[in-house]
Design a protein around this ligand. Structure first.
Ligand code: ADP
Ligand code: MG
Ligand code: MG
Length: 447
């Protein structure tokens, strides 16, 4: 053993097989009831909106045109989208498992208002293992505060999110076909994936887990574009990976294209992935744009718009110039966002000035958008995660509302709000991220 350890072999096995608890807060954090209800009430409309955007090539093309000239990652995704578009769509079953995130902005006059931070359309997480957290928090509240425990709601979000995967599988209509979980090399959320997998096995839906590398070595399409891997047909590809540039090698890009061209249902397909970019979020906030998607439902449009924060273009032109000027004058009022996911990519304060000074004169600036900075309520809590000190901390919270939909051709066969999550971080951190080591799971204590 010592020999193997010195050879680094055992050491690497040990280091890659660590299991630790899900990071969480010791207590639930207060969340205003009206804000949470508002976020839950608008979710099915966001599901519809994301789906509509994904079906609108003109809108996607126009909205992302300058961004893809400045951002290589978005350009690569867009390249796959174009290829699939030109070949013609093969699959009329479309689905989304998405999460819309919010903070409660504490205005100067004291009124709280719900503000959307972003929508995640690929590998949206937060359900799975965390479904146990209400039980933990309710128990802690029960022993400390008696009846208060009733203010923590139960969650069956994994079962409900899984129902959409099951529906898509069922519509695909091949009893022996599997759902493929496309997973990361370093499988940080594996136990959550297993939670989802268990729900699927309960319905006799087989699951396989594969990496991009497995797909590039062993994946193939038959004459009807059915996707096969290791001899089994794939009904649904569920991406839990593939949302960041460093998730990809040249071969993985080919594997992604192979899957996108296939008859398998993709969760999400490439156009739904693109619908979740920060650039699309910014374009949606422009006057007149939401109207196009909900021409006959002004009340729906208003409900969606009521959650938007100020969002500003950085495309070349007078409007973008104004954005630059505004950001350079008062950087503390804004967040600068590139087209990235997973936390830790945004710029705050003086960093905004540095980045903008470097790119403000040319089209590279179109890789970013600018957003009003939200000032969330501050709470006190204890963050339990093995890399943080155990102490009472000033924290702020981000609500996440989960949504699931399945469309078959022109018909929405499932459109649900499937639960909510709460994630909490120290106010000392500007950006966030569960995997990045900043954020922990929490539960809203309804106030
Ligand atoms: P990602 O896709 O990387 O999660 P987000 O837009 O969610 O990108 O930003 C990451 C984090 O940065 C958020 O979880 C939040 O903590 C912080 N953040 C993002 N936008 C704002 C904002 N407008 N105001 C304040 N904080 C923000
Ligand atoms: Mg995101
Ligand atoms: Mg986020």
């Amino acid at each position: 053993l010592t020999f193997l350890w010195r050879q680094k072999k055992l050491q690497s096995v040990y280091e890659t097989q660590v299991v630790t608890y899900l990071p969480f807060t010791l207590f639930p954090s207060p969340v205003p009831k009206a804000a949470l209800l508002q976020a839950l009430a608008v979710q099915t409309h966001f599901n519809t909106l994301v789906d509509k955007i994904s079906q609108d090539p003109d809108f996607l093309g126009e909205a992302l045109d300058r961004t893809i000239q400045a951002d290589d990652f978005t350009a690569k995704l867009f390249g796959i989208y174009k290829t699939v578009q030109q070949e013609g769509r093969t699959q009329s079953i479309v689905m989304g498992l998405i999460r819309s995130d919010y903070m409660v902005d504490q205005r100067e006059d004291g009124t709280p208002s719900l503000r959307q931070i972003e929508i995640n359309t690929i590998a949206a997480g937060g359900f799975g293992v965390s479904d146990q957290l209400p039980v933990v928090h309710r128990y802690l509240m029960l022993i400390n505060h008696g009846d208060e425990s009733k203010r923590i709601q139960d969650q069956s979000r994994t079962r409900e999110m899984t129902a959409a995967l099951a529906k898509a599988w069922e519509l695909y209509g091949q009893q022996r076909a599997v759902i493929l979980f496309l997973v990361e090399d370093m499988q940080i959320s594996k136990l959550t994936h297993r939670y989802i997998e268990k729900e699927l096995w309960k319905r006799n839906i087989p699951v396989i887990r594969r990496k991009f590398d497995d797909v590039s070595r062993k994946g193939s399409l038959d004459g009807d574009k059915r996707l096969f891997i290791d001899g089994v047909e794939v009904a649904v590809v569920y991406y839990r990976y593939g949302y960041m540039p460093d998730n990809y090698t040249e071969q993985s890009w080919d594997a992604r294209l192979l899957m996108e061209r296939s008859l398998a249902v993709k969760c999400p397909d490439i156009s739904t992935h693109l619908a979740g970019t920060k650039k699309i979020q910014q374009v949606l906030a422009k006057p007149g744009v939401l109207e196009k998607f909900f021409p006959e439902q002004p009340e729906v449009m208003e409900q969606i718009r009521a959650t938007f924060a100020g969002l500003y273009t950085l495309d070349m032109g007078p409007e973008g110039d104004q954005t630059v000027a505004k950001a350079l004058t008062s950087p503390e009022k804004f967040v600068l966002k590139p087209q990235r996911e997973g936390g830790g990519n945004n710029y705050f304060g003086e960093d905004i000035v540095q980045v903008l000074q470097a790119v403000k004169g040319d089209k590279r600036r179109a890789a970013y958008i600018l957003m009003d900075r939200i000032q969330p309520r501050t709470e006190q809590n204890i963050l339990l995660r093995k890399d943080l000190p155990l102490k009472l901390t000033s924290v702020c919270c981000e609500i996440g509302v989960l949504g699931a939909y399945v469309r078959h051709g022109g018909e929405m066969v499932l459109n649900e709000v499937t639960g909510h999550i709460l994630r909490t971080k120290s106010i000392k951190n500007n950006d966030a991220g569960i995997i990045g080591g900043v954020t922990v799971f929490d539960n809203p204590l309804i106030i």
